[in-house]
Structures are given as structure tokens and as C-alpha cells.
Design a protein around this ligand. Structure first.
Ligand SMILES: [Zn+2]
Ligand SMILES: [Zn+2]
Ligand SMILES: [Zn+2]
Length: 343
């Protein structure tokens, strides 16, 4: 994620800011230039969800839309009269905005359901029925519509689920990145030029999906999955492997961009050879080759984990990248960049 500056006073600002922390000028995020703007011109007006504290994005003044681009992608919101739901929904929207930022940075095709009812991207945030006897809301993707169970925004529920599923990592942003991976599989891989490459690396997605998931939940992940998959769940079916790998690629480029924005260089002491120095020198979303991304990513993750341990936390990055997984990530990189270069 980029860092931003107040256009009035130069103060450093962040993606989520609604006001300058120095001069108090109202700030809004312009999704068309991917920048935070001081709301002093009449070229923009705020998204209507700013009133409820949900959104700091801007709408061009000449637009007929009341909602910003991100909020227009939300198809279903929870019942806001239920106590606590506004906060949970706000947390969902904040992470979704980070997702949409990354999709724009990667120049991925992004269209609302209003413009393309069949292939557009939309989100539903839904809570389980209170009595618990109806079917639970399942987090997932279907033909461009991503559904998240609202309870995933509750950190207590999310941590309990994480432990129960024996997962090392579970976040709202991770859910979004995973589910949108299914969407882009349909958009960029299925029936296209990449299908053969996909099957060679990830396996044949025509394997019965329902049976594969049932097998995964009943028998656990494949033996030795660590050699071939980014996560245990990725070993359940080629589609899930793709979504997990795709999500991981988004973790990488966005975290690298943040490190780049801060001018971070890693050069561990005690191994002060020139090869140990990693200088984050270019825009990871667009300019770095895949080999450069990996070369910068691995030492950064070690640094991040060590910083976390110093604060008494577990690994922020509980993953190991095998050569097979790196090869799969390189395919995600190629698919995205081939698309964004318009080849
Ligand atoms: Zn300011
Ligand atoms: Zn909005
Ligand atoms: Zn999935």
C-alpha cells in the first residue's frame, strides 16, 4: 500500500484517513488516481457511506452515483439494526477497499454487477440467522459474487475458527484475496490460453470438486502437502490451490509495496555481504520481474517475523515457499502481467 500526503500541509497520511492528522482538512480516496485527496476542490464529493463512517472514498462530482466504486460493488449488507453489525460491516468494507486497490494496481479487469450483471464482481456481507436452525452463511465465490459471513469480521470468532481448522493464518483480507482468485480463474484461465499451463502446475480442475472437499475435511490434507502446496487447504482441489496461491501473490506484492514506500532495506548483520542486502528499489505491483519479487520477499518475511517475535507475537508470515509453490506463484505473476500488458 502506498503512503499519501496531505495536499494542504504535506503531512504523511494513510489509506484509511478521513482527515489530515495535522491540519484537519477532510481527506478522501480517489479510486481513479489511487490517491488520497484533500477535499477542498469541487471535483469530487464523498461517497454517501461516509455519513455512517463506512467509507472514505470519493465520487467524481459529475457522476450520478451516490456510492463510490467500492461501495457500488457491495450487493448485500447485514441488518444494521442488529447491535454490533455496523462495526463488523465497516471492518469488512475497509479490507475490501484494500483488495480493490490491489486489483487496480495490477490493472486487472474490474467491473461492477450493475455494468455487467453476468461477469461483474460483487460482494455480499451476510450474518447467520440468530436461531441457528437455518443454513449457515458460507464464505465463498459464485460467478462473480463473493459472499462473506459477517462473523469473520469478529476477531474472537475468527480466531476460534482458525484454531478449529488448524490454520496458521486467517484474516478478512486473506478471505477477499482468496475468493477473488476464484473469480479471476474464471475470467483469465478457464477455457483460455492458460488452461494447459494451469493443469500442468495445479492439476486437473475437472476432478469432482464436492468429493475433493469432502475428502479434505474427512481425511485431512494430503500427506507431504508442504512440498507442493502453499497451505493444507490448497491441497484439497486445483481450484483451491489456485485461489490460495493467487491470494499469496497479492499478499506479496502489497506487503512489498508497503516496505518500498517506507524505503526499507534489509541487510542482516553478521552476514554483511553485498548479497545479503536487499534494497526494495522499485514498484512491486508493476515493475519487478518475478525473480526480483521473490528475491526481495523472502528476506522481508524473515525480518517481519523477527519483528513480530520481539513484540511477543507469533509469525506474521507462517508460510514456507517450496520450489513447486514458487513455480505456481510465477504463473500467477505471468497471467496477471500478460493481461495487464494487453497481450
Ligand atoms: Zn494537512
Ligand atoms: Zn464508498
Ligand atoms: Zn476457495
Amino acid at each position: 500500500m502506498r503512503l499519501f500526503h496531505c495536499e494542504c500541509c504535506g503531512q504523511r497520511l494513510y489509506f484509511e484517513n478521513t482527515h489530515c492528522v495535522h491540519c484537519d482538512t477532510p481527506q478522501g480516496f480517489d479510486p481513479y488516481t489511487l490517491s488520497l485527496r484533500s477535499m477542498t476542490s469541487d471535483a469530487f464529493r464523498p461517497c454517501i457511506n461516509r455519513e455512517s463512517g463506512i467509507c472514505n472514498w470519493l465520487v467524481p462530482a459529475q457522476s450520478d452515483d451516490q456510492y463510490c466504486l467500492s461501495c457500488r460493488m457491495t450487493l448485500v449488507i447485514p441488518d444494521l439494526s442488529v447491535s454490533g453489525n455496523v462495526t463488523l460491516w465497516a471492518d469488512m468494507e475497509a479490507e475490501k477497499q484494500r483488495l480493490i486497490y490491489s486489483l487496480f494496481r495490477l490493472h486487472l479487469p474490474l467491473v461492477t454487477r450493475q455494468l455487467d450483471p453476468d461477469n461483474g464482481l460483487g460482494f455480499r456481507f451476510m450474518a447467520d440467522a440468530p436461531l441457528g436452525d437455518s443454513e449457515r452463511i458460507m464464505t465463498g465465490h459464485l460467478d462473480g459474487v463473493i459472499t462473506l459471513n459477517l462473523a469473520e469480521a469478529d476477531p474472537v470468532v475468527r480466531e476460534a475458527t482458525r484454531r478449529q481448522m488448524a490454520e496458521p493464518y486467517r484474516t478478512i483480507l486473506g478471505h477477499f484475496r482468496h475468493e477473488v482468485g476464484h473469480y479471476y480463474w474464471q475470467q483469465l484461465i478457464s477455457n483460455g490460453d492458460w488452461q494447459e499451463d494451469f493443469r500442468r502446475r495445479f492439476g486437473d480442475e475437472r476432478d469432482n470438486y464436492a468429493q475433493a472437499l469432502q475428502r479434505h475435511y474427512q481425511q485431512g490434507p494430503r500427506q507431504g502437502w508442504q512440498q507442493h502446496y502453499i497451505s493444507a487447504y490448497a491441497s484439497s482441489h486445483p481450484w483451491e490451490d489456485w485461489a490460495e496461491t493467487w491470494a499469496h501473490y497479492l499478499h506479496m506484492v502489497d506487503t512489498l509495496e508497503t516496505a518500498y514506500e517506507y524505503g526499507l532495506t534489509t541487510m542482516p548483520r553478521g552476514s554483511a555481504t553485498s548479497s545479503a542486502e536487499v534494497n526494495l528499489h522499485d514498484d512491486p505491483y508493476q515493475k519487478l520481474s518475478f525473480d526480483q519479487l521473490i528475491a526481495q520477499w523472502l528476506p522481508l518475511t524473515t525480518t517481519m517475523n523477527s519483528l513480530n517475535h520481539s513484540m511477543g507475537y507469533d509469525d506474521v508470515y507462517p508460510f514456507n515457499l517450496s520450489t513447486t509453490v514458487i513455480d505456481k506463484l510465477s504463473m500467477v505473476h505471468s497471467v496477471i502481467h500478460q493481461h495487464s500488458n494487453g497481450i
